[in-house]
Design a protein around this ligand. Sequence first.
Ligand code: MOS
Length: 723
Amino acid sequence: MSARLDAPQKVTGLAKYALDNNFPGMVYGYVVLSTIAHGEIEAMDVTAAKSAPGVIGVYTPFDPLELRPTTSPMMGELWLPLQDRDVQFYGQPIGMVVAETFEQARDAAGLIEVSYQVKPALTSFEDGLAAAEDAPESRGNPPSIEVLAPDVESIEDALAASPVVVEATYRTAMQNHAAMEPHSAVAVWDGGEFTIYSGNQGSHLQSAEMSSVLGVDPAAVHAVNPYVGGAFGGKAGTSVPGLLAAAAARALDRPVKCALTREQVFTATATRPATVQKVALGADRNGTLIALRHDSWSTTSISRSFVEPTSHGTSREWYATQNLAISQKMVPLNIPAGTFMRAPGEAPGSFALESAIDELAVALDLDPIELRQRNSSVAPPGNDLQWSSKHLDECYSIGAQRFGWANRSPRGHVDGDWLVGVGTATAMFPALRFPATVEITLNADETAVVSTSGSDPGTGLLTVLSTIGAESLDIPAGRITPQLGDSRYAPGGMSGGSTATASAGTAIMLAATAVLDELVALAAEPGAPFESQVVTYADGLVHGDHGTMPFGELLRAVGRESLSAKGSSAPGEELTKHSFSSFGAQFCEVRVHRLTREVRVSRLLGVFDGGRVINEMQARSQLSGGMIWGVSAALHEGLEVEPDGRFANADFASYLVPVNADIPEVDVQFVQYPDTLHNAVGARGLGEIGVVGVAAAIANAVFNATGIRVRHIPITIEDLLVE
Ligand code: MOS
């Protein structure tokens, strides 16, 4: 297992992120945001800004930059800034100033006078819920799903016939990705060739988007971005600075650098929607589920639809039940757009479902692990395709042992001034693949290059390319150069959906087979060292009837500097045979202060079944990072929308994320059953599942400690005050 290959560059500051690119003549863009939540821009007085020191260009809806309507295969229709005068949310990009320095651009932006025709804004989720109930079903809500036992008329009948029923409403807050690297770009035009340096989750996807937005030949667009300072779904599409810097660089024929400030990131990108989720569970007295109903509502912007699929991401698949009914509705508001964020659906959905399961365990006076195991699904309800490989019970038994679950008391225990409780929850995240192509080049100096245009936004994909490349070529990893983050490489997958290892890994195996086939064919060609012999390959060596030769020596002997081949993989026939998911069991212990009511997480353990683990150090770091995000979701994070649509806490002073003192040691364990039914590498996704279930485990532990059931996150001190 190798340490992260790009770690030295990152910790020494050598890694070149988008904004670290500088060019002669480069100028700076500063984005201007709206200060109302809904209305129309009547006028923008840019006179003072245009004559401010250093200003080169001022762009507004009255003097826009050219951006063409574009639908991206991954992100749907892109929202393009400055193309009309409509304002749909507070903090919407409505202009950009370009100047010789960043400070000049920012100062000039402050001189722009905007007048609006203000319209009433719908900013409260509660008001939006009422409005959405009356609205026609035209927003593209996903279809409701109902699976009923043959003799059952409706989910309500199934619930009514259940001896034990729990029913509650859960709420989760809106969140921002809060990646360390704010969204930013450097754009350069050079004689019709366009290069963009901007954080992304797949550089070929970014270059395709840019070529369409700019209306230029795809071959003339080059996206280069080897390092990404966190993405989490928030860099899956090209950001506003990327779009504006590109168009301004063309208009001005100067390189343009543009970055959002931290505060701007909160509105000029997109959020994880807030949710309201109503869950009802009906069971018999032994704890066998009879009925599960899960109805969800999630916020979305007025103009752009995005669903946070909480019901569909959890209750659709997690438990065996004879009767299932799930629905999902969007609630349009005058707020920034929603988008994918780490475990979209499963993260907030698991808070509701796994809290409800805990409530059912309490109602039944049953151990919550026992309850979960009794209802573990062998296939998603109503679906004949069984899970390819599911070892969730083993995750629970290992976790319970390691955590000391047997010592748990149903009412927690007291340690001095602290009320101590433990909680658990299941984590699942679907195992997916995206199409990916990888190129392998064997070099005459006995090294090899494994390259693909995907991105490593901190997930460790670069190191995975090296590891799987080495085992596929049967040579030490030290002789492999992995390459990522350049749209000129073979079109890799997207670093999203926890898919990259399975997708790129499979393509590497195919590329290796292809290049080694070519190598042995080359070795046996007329005039080659193994002419007309039966040639095989192992351990970096070409074997003939008599003797062996390292592959580089063979290439030299036939006068080649290198030999390349590509391999492509995509989801296929396996989808007709099995269902695929990763699984995990989350455990936590919390301490709630008797008087101050503050919650401290004192122990965290996650045991995961993600198939084969390629690099345990990296996988552990992905999962512990996710679990920390779960603590954050449970106790810290949440965007607060003021009535005027402004986020009250759009900065790192008031949008709380955990710091070291908030997080105990995070224990991550694996059960390893390679899932070769899913892909040849045997690895399922491990990126997103870490966050799933943690918030519920914490809320369940808080209940265990205090007897107070908090049905929303983040949980605050106020929620735990007692008379
Ligand atoms: Mo994924 S939401 O792109 O981590």
